[in-house]
Design a binder for this molecule. Sequence first.
Ligand code: PRP
Length: 220
Amino acid sequence: METLTIALPKGRLQEQVLGLFAAIGHDVAEKAALSRKLILPDVTGRLRYVLAKPSDVPVYVEYGAADLGIAGLDVLREHERALYEPLALGVGRCRMVLAGPQAARGRNLRLATGLRVASKYPHLATQYFQRQGISAEIIPLDGSIELAPAVGLADLLVDLVETGRTLRENGLVELETILEVQAMLVVNRASYNLRLASIQDLIGRLAAEIERRAAEESER
Ligand code: PRP
């Protein structure tokens, strides 16, 4: 079988995703795992991992530089790209929320004027406010979004929450959930047709492992 190239997100999700692939027999070849290389073969030679910045993964896959990739639903919905999304991986679960100071609870945002909202997801944030009929200026930031309300840059924020610790420790509360997020497998459209057997085989084995984990979880 031919080698498939898979773009993986560096950072937070990387370990969990590599763990999932290791569980179906595609461990990273040992020496490479210890290096800072960005292209890592697996032990079988059937997969080649390329490590990209999370928000860049869909770009590698859409252009066919990788046949497949792993990306969060947050990234996929923020930058709509022409990709197949055949499988939710059950890892990297978190939620995108509207958050703000305690005082924002119970405030009628539709009546607010000059509202400023910090977010790493300007597209999704804009869509959300339009849907709600709330007028707001979205301030795009690249990280540490929780800082913005604390220093008066914004009134509210739209960001990911996993444990809730970052919000809590910065005196902020969740106001509403906008999107449930988890990691998704994405596939290049042309690769899917050209490498159908290899890709379907991989999807089938990943799906079985995800089901096995879910069953294990529900028994606990
Ligand atoms: C993410 C997210 C929140 C935090 C949420 O940031 O943007 O800031 O994690 O996690 P928690 O609910 O478990 O506290 P990340 O650490 O990825 O870095 P960033 O702020 O630079 O985006």
